[in-house]
Design a protein around this ligand. Structure first.
Ligand code: AHG
Ligand code: MN
Ligand code: MN
Length: 336
C-alpha cells in the first residue's frame, strides 16, 4: 500500500503555504487538468476495445492527420476543465481558434493551452503517449482574444505533462521545482513519487530523428557526428541514442536519467521553422526542463524568451542536460 502524499494533499499544502488566492485558484485548475489526464489515460488504455484507435479521417489546422484519440482527448480536456471558473479561454493544437468560455464565466484569470495527445502516431502501436499543458495569465477585465495567448514562455505560471506509459504519471512545475506523481490505479489518486526532479548537467545519451539527417544544419550535423564517433572521436566517449517519437516520453526520460533531445531546424520543408509547436510543446517542456536544472534553446535563442507571433507557430527545439545543450548552442554560434 502506498502512503505517499497525494496530489490533492500536495495542492492543499501548497495553497495553505502560499496563502494567496491566485495560488489556490491555480492549484484548483491544476487539479482539474489532472482529472482530465486520468480520463484521457483511460481512453488511451482502452483504445481498440472502444473502437477509438485509428485515424479520424480529418486533418488538424497544422495539416496533420488526426487520430480519433486526438479528437477524443481534446474533448475530454475541454469537458473536464471548462466549468472551472478561473479559466478565461483555452487553446489547443487540435483547434484552429481559441475556445472562449461562456459569457457568464468570461473573466477567469487563466488561459489554458494544451497538446491533448502528444506522440499520437504511437497510439495504435501501444507506445507511450501523453498530454502537455501550459497555463498563462489572462488580461484582467476583458474577454481574451487569440493575441492575448501570444506570451513568451517566461510568462507561464504552470506547465506540465502526463505520460501514459507502463504507469500514468503527471509531472508539473509552478516555478518552484518539478514534481512527479504516479497514478495509483487502485485508489485513482496521483501519488508524489518523484519530488524535485533534476536533470544531470552531463549525459551520454541523445534523441533525434536521424532519418532527417540530410536536412540538418551544419552545427547539428557536427554535434551528432561527434557523438557517433564515440571513443575514437573528439568527445572521447561513446554515446547512446533513443527516439520514441513522443516528446513527453523523451522529456520524461531526460528528467529521470538525463539526455539531450533535439527536433532542430532543418531544410525538409522551408515553410516550417521546426516541427514542434512553441505554445503547446516547446514552451511547457522548456519551463519544466529549466526548472529541473536543464537548458532549452532553438540553437540560437532561449526558447522561453521567444515572443510568439502565432498561436500554432513551430520552432526548433534542443533541450535537456545543460552542458550538452550549451555545446550545441556553441556550435551554432561558431558557424554563424
Ligand atoms: P503530436 O503527436 O502532438 O503531433 O506530436 C508529435 C511530435 C513529438 O511528440 C515528437 O517528438 C515528434 O512529433 C515526432 O516526430 P517524427 O514523427 O518526425 O519523428
Ligand atoms: Mn505533440
Ligand atoms: Mn498532439
Amino acid at each position: 500500500m502506498n502512503t505517499g502524499i497525494s496530489l490533492a494533499q500536495f495542492i492543499a499544502e501548497q495553497s495553505a503555504k502560499a496563502a494567496d488566492q491566485d495560488v489556490t485558484d491555480l492549484h484548483a485548475l491544476l487539479g482539474h487538468v489532472a482529472t482530465a489526464c486520468k480520463v484521457i489515460g483511460n481512453a488511451v488504455a482502452r483504445g481498440a476495445l472502444t473502437g477509438s484507435s485509428g485515424s479520424a479521417g480529418t486533418d488538424n489546422v497544422q495539416g496533420e492527420v488526426q487520430k480519433k484519440l486526438d479528437i477524443i482527448s481534446n474533448e475530454i480536456l475541454i469537458q473536464q476543465t471548462e466549468w472551472n471558473e478561473h479559466i478565461a479561454a483555452m487553446a489547443s493544437e487540435e483547434m484552429e481558434d481559441i475556445y472562449p468560455m461562456p459569457t457568464s464565466r468570461q473573466h477567469g484569470k487563466y488561459l489554458l493551452v494544451f497538446d491533448p495527445l502528444d506522440g499520437s502516431s504511437n497510439v495504435d502501436v501501444n507506445v507511450s503517449v501523453g498530454t502537455i499543458f501550459s497555463i498563462l495569465q489572462s488580461p484582467a477585465g476583458k474577454q481574451p482574444s487569440a493575441a492575448d495567448f501570444l506570451q513568451p514562455g517566461t510568462a507561464q505560471v504552470c506547465a506540465g505533462y502526463a505520460v501514459y506509459g507502463p504507469s500514468t504519471m503527471l509531472v508539473f512545475t509552478t516555478g518552484n521545482g518539478v514534481h512527479g506523481f504516479t497514478l495509483d490505479r487502485e485508489t485513482g489518486e496521483f501519488i508524489l513519487t518523484h519530488a524535485r526532479m533534476t536533470i544531470p548537467a552531463d549525459t551520454r545519451e541523445f534523441a533525434i530523428n536521424a532519418s532527417n539527417s540530410r536536412f540538418w544544419e551544419a552545427p547539428v550535423k557536427r554535434y551528432i557526428e561527434e557523438c557517433l564517433a564515440g571513443t575514437t572521436g573528439p568527445r572521447g566517449q561513446n554515446f547512446n541514442m533513443r527516439w520514441v517519437a513522443s516528446m513527453v516520453a523523451e522529456v520524461h526520460r531526460i528528467l529521470v536519467r538525463g539526455g539531450v533531445f533535439m527536433y532542430p531546424k532543418d531544410t525538409k520543408d522551408l515553410a516550417k521553422a521546426g516541427k514542434l509547436r512553441l505554445m503547446y510543446e516547446a514552451n511547457p517542456m522548456s519551463f519544466i526542463v529549466e526548472q529541473a536544472g536543464g537548458a532549452s534553446s532553438t540553437g540560437r535563442a532561449r526558447i522561453m524568451d521567444v515572443q510568439p507571433d502565432q498561436l500554432h507557430q513551430r520552432i526548433p527545439v534542443i533541450l535537456g542536460s545543460k552542458n550538452e545543450v550549451e555545446r550545441v548552442v556553441r556550435y551554432h554560434q561558431e558557424t554563424l
